[in-house]
Design a protein around this ligand. Structure first.
Ligand code: DGJ
Length: 696
């Protein structure tokens, strides 16, 4: 009898069965049976019994393959026994099924290793979660795992697949890239001990002739890899897990290693539908709450003051921030001892006595009296060599015994696998958060890890786990503190981070058009309520072309709006605009943070780019004209240019809606078919359209 299981979500089904390689020795493992709309049956043909230069196991959509089981294509697991035997062949032992949680256990042909494959269907969201436990069963043998990935996802793709992913670098994260993969591999990842700026751990897969699209992501904040592999046989496989260049897992007798978790989802609505599926899951399963409590309107001092943090200046900024409607005032880098630039101070988390002789309390109290919450920036994982902490504990950083560690931004990274380092950081966090009335903490990390040194081959795993543990401690002991995760902009964003923070800072680039592009990519993988977005002064870091102030406010409204401008320089008109925009944003925040997001156009290619946020009662359309001519010297006369229309796609065709700016009533069908006219009322190059559903 073939053992098979189906896990049912609200609209999709994930099915697996035991696959027998049909070889002389026992060799069985799990293979995918079906993944798609609910109600489907087995969709994968049995691999033929004979095939030149490939075994049955090479042709089957195996859920997780080991070297030794699969011979022709890449495997997810490499095993090396200490007596020279390499690879593994598995035999089914038993399984446990509890509603939508399946765990299937195998033992290898030496009897020394157990492999448990976990598959959980989060039915409400149609998200499948998979991971692996590998256990060394022996009393006296060590086993090395030079590669131990989390999961593999298979797609029927007779003509290869279209793979969408997010790529970039510091200051230009999350640019959307697409490749058509017919044969061979596309590999993305990080070797940096952090998720990294280069790629987001997510792919979207579309196959010609297959309805809908699939999404795969990895919930992990250390080094990682994700490989899309297209085989001639019409199979595309995406495998993901911890990076094997920086990690070898050493299984001592009795030890079990559990991998990070990988997530998969299917949407009949194509690639954009995959983004909405991720958003639904992230809102409900990862966010602890979505409300002003943990997504407040923030003022952040970084762009206005950098390291020049003086109490009077900060208070003046806070006064204006309060006037325009900001809810939390956050002092960024530069408040602590010796921090007059990036060469000193990291590690010494006490206020600089030359500016704050009585500590931060007086300033914090004054900020709170203005009706604002008080917040601080911190970078716990790093240290400058020019700091008291490093002078006292030079051995607390990652370094090899024989080499000088590599400095980046004049800083080194603390070795979180050392218990004394973790204890020290717990002490630092507890002291700060109990001594000061802090209710907002921005946690930064401004460099990758380069010198893990000895003795561990698992530093990238232990650092990621150490970071997660400290962030969880914040959430458990200080639930009133909102946590913003940051790593030199978007260097550490992944589903695991979304589960332990409230918002994330997606990029250090706030130049308007570049930012729009970064935000477009960000929203393909992550939801608006976590996307911290501040209005800053022109020009941006890289993008130096001007836009209106309104353009930048509408852009910040696409996520969790904040302000980072030098408010002392603002004109009365700018303050008025800020107050109007922030009040409107606060009113629309529930729609912007919990609505379904529909994308219109491409900020790189199309002149008009829009985001449509849809709830049952209200639709908000944010629109930008990305062409440069609309402001500055070449100001276009809008009377001569017909206003554009946007055809709404998420709106209910059977409903009736009233556009707030002109009071007109439109049917949902007309808004979908003919579209809504953009009057450019809010700004010459950006607009906010609110459509209220008329009760039946
Ligand atoms: C990098 C962050 O992305 C910025 O927002 C700012 O906090 C600086 N670090 C401070 O050093």
């Amino acid at each position: 009898m073939t053992l098979k299981w189906q896990l049912h979500g609200a609209t999709t089904t994930y099915g697996v069965r035991i696959f027998d390689a049909g070889e002389p020795q026992p060799n069985s493992t799990l293979m995918l049976d079906y993944w798609g709309p609910a109600g489907g049956e087995s969709s994968w043909p049995e691999p033929p019994p004979r095939h030149s230069f490939a075994t049955r196991a090479d042709l089957a959509p195996l859920e997780y393959a080991s070297v030794g089981t699969r011979h022709t294509h890449r495997s997810e697991l490499i095993v090396e026994h200490d007596d020279g035997l390499a690879g593994a062949r598995w035999t089914y032992v038993d399984h446990g099924l509890d509603k939508a949680r399946l765990a299937v256990r195998f033992v290898d042909d030496t009897g020394r290793l157990a492999l448990t494959q976990h598959i959980v269907m989060h039915g409400e969201f149609d998200v499948v979660e998979k991971w692996i436990d590998v256990q060394n069963l022996s009393d006296d043998h060590e086993v090395l795992l030079p590669r131990v990935m989390s999961a593999s996802w298979s797609f029927l793709a007779p003509d290869g697949a279209r793979v969408h992913y997010l790529a970039g670098a510091w200051g230009r994260e999350n640019n959307r890239e697409t490749v058509d993969l017919r044969y061979g591999s596309l590999q993305i990842g990080s070797r940096q001990g952090i998720t990294g700026h280069l790629f987001a751990p997510a792919m979207q897969i579309e196959a010609a002739g297959v309805r809908g699209a699939y999404g795969v992501s990895l919930s992990w904040s250390g080094s990682w890899t994700m490989i899309a592999d297209a085989h001639p046989g019409g199979l595309v496989r995406v495998s993901t897990g911890v990076d094997d260049e920086t990690t070898t897992v050493r299984l001592a007798p009795g030890r079990t290693f559990s991998t990070p978790h990988s997530l998969g989802t299917y949407s009949p609505e194509g690639a954009d539908g995959v983004s909405r599926a991720w958003h639904r899951y992230q809102r409900a399963a990862l966010a602890r709450s979505i409300s002003p409590e943990h997504q407040p309107v923030v003022y952040n001092s970084w762009f206005a003051t950098t390291y020049d943090v003086r109490p009077d200046h900060q208070l003046a900024l806070a006064r204006t921030a309060a006037e325009v409607g900001v809810e939390a005032f956050v002092i960024d880098d530069g408040w602590f001892k010796g921090r007059t630039g990036d060469t000193a101070g990291l590690g010494d988390w006490t206020p600089d006595p030359s500016f704050f002789p009585d500590g931060l309390r007086p300033l914090a109290d004054q900020v709170i009296e203005l009706g604002l919450r008080f917040g601080l920036w911190i970078e716990p994982e790093c240290v400058n060599p020019d700091s008291d902490l490093f002078r006292a504990h030079p051995d607390w950083v990652y370094r090899s015994p024989t080499r000088e560690p590599v400095l980046m931004r004049n800083q080194l990274v603390l070795n979180l696998s050392l218990p004394e380092v973790r204890d020290h950081l717990v002490g630092v966090l507890r002291l700060l958060l109990t001594e000061l009335p802090i209710t907002y903490l921005k946690w930064d990390m401004n460099r990758p890890i380069t010198d893990p040194g000895s003795p561990t081959s698992e530093w990238a795993i232990s650092h990621g786990n150490g970071y997660h543990t400290l962030m969880r401690l914040l959430r458990e002991e200080f639930p009133h503190v909102t946590v913003e995760a940051c790593s030199g902009g978007g260097g550490r964003i992944d589903p695991a981070v979304l589960g332990i923070s409230d918002v994330v800072w997606p990029s250090d680039e706030t130049g308007p058009r570049d930012r729009l592009l970064i935000q477009d990519g960000f929203l393909r993988a992550y939801p608006p309520h976590v996307m911290s977005s501040w209005v800053t002064d022109l020009p941006g870091t890289r993008d130096r072309t001007p836009t209106s102030d309104g353009f930048r406010f509408v852009m910040a409204m696409a996520g969790a709006l904040g302000v980072g401008s030098d408010l002392g320089q603002w004109t009365p008109e700018q303050r008025k605009l800020a107050a109007t925009a922030i009040a409107l944003y606060k009113e629309l925040r529930p729609v912007l943070h919990t609505g379904e997001v529909y994308f219109h156009g491409d900020p790189r290619g199309s002149r008009l780019y829009a985001l449509e946020y849809v709830t049952d009662e209200r639709v908000v359309l944010l629109v930008w004209d990305t062409s440069r001519e609309r402001i500055g010297d070449h100001r276009l006369d809008t009377r001569l240019t017909p206003p554009p229309r946007v055809q709404l796609v998420g709106i209910d065709a059977t409903g009736n809606y009233q556009t707030r700016h002109d009071g007109a009533v439109h049917s949902g069908a007309a808004l979908r078919g003919v579209g809504v006219t953009v009057p450019w009322e809010f700004a010459i190059d950006a607009d906010i359209l609110v459509l209220d559903r008329i009760p039946r």
